[in-house]
Write a protein that binds this ligand. Structure first.
Ligand code: FES
Length: 247
């Protein structure tokens, strides 16, 4: 495949940045998108040019490190992570624009790398269970109804990649936040801190500069794990209940 890439280059947070055009030839349709960028970086290195900075780790769709805006779509044209996107999703001769996640709460570090520490700080604000449970109990010692267990597992699939934020016109992190709240809220172990958790995590979300949800639904469509929008309803319900309880 022959492709034209327009890639965002920015030397650092204070640089204004801009799109730079690269022509690629003989790209295998079976390459992943990141492998295609690796090939480009090898060429840039060979020419003594600065390689393009981008994030990745597992390259298996499980860690949430990768994330690019590809021709205006978070993670590209398929519902998957950028590392699991393959070049067969594009046509020979295509022009592909590659940009970093765009959100005030995700400042650009360099090229395609953004600082997603805001998501980590939301977790630090309450996305955990602090009760001392002693040694690991038998798996069946705390019965969890099947429906609750299924919903907790569904919400726990969120890998925190930030695609929901990048896709949202408000740059809201509420799908991410709703997934974390739903995950713990469905389990008995999550009940003692339920009110404090939601108040603290929502406060941190807003403090980080993420926007509010206006029910656009782009977050859920972009989510590589298919987290449904109703976790945001759960989040709002939990917040209302916590405020009623005087939190
Ligand atoms: S690199 Fe881990 S999900 Fe893409």
């Amino acid at each position: 495949m022959n492709l034209t890439l327009k890639i965002w280059r920015q030397t650092g947070p204070d640089d204004t940045g801009g799109l730079v055009t690269y022509r690629m030839s003989d790209i295998s349709p079976d390459m992943s998108f990141l492998e295609m960028l690796d090939v480009l970086n090898e060429k840039l290195n060979a020419n003594g040019e600065e390689p393009i900075a981008f994030d990745s780790d597992c390259r298996e769709g499980i860690c949430g490190m990768c994330g690019l805006m590809i021709s205006g779509h978070a993670h590209g044209p398929e519902r998957t992570t950028t590392c699991q996107l393959h070049m067969r999703s594009f046509k020979n001769g295509d022009t592909i624009t590659v940009e970093p996640w765009r959100a005030e709460a995700f400042p650009i570090v360099r090229d395609l790398v953004v600082d997603r520490g805001g998501l980590d700080r939301i977790i630090q604000a309450g996305g955990y269970i602090s009760a001392n449970t002693g040694s690991a109990p038998d798996a069946h010692a705390t019965p969890v109804p099947k429906d609750n267990a299924d919903r907790a597992f569904m919400a726990a699939e969120c890998i925190g990649c930030g695609a929901c934020v990048a896709a949202c016109p408000n740059a809201s992190g509420m799908l991410f936040l709703g997934a974390k709240i739903t995950h713990l809220g469905e389990l008995p172990q999550g009940q003692p801190e339920r009110d404090a958790r939601v108040v603290s995590m929502v406060g941190q979300h807003d403090h980080e500069g993420f926007g509010g949800c206006t029910n656009v639904g782009a977050c859920s469509q972009a989510c590589p794990k298919g987290i449904p929008q109703d976790v945001i309803s759960q989040l709002n319900k939990d917040l209302r209940t916590a405020l009623k309880h005087g939190r």
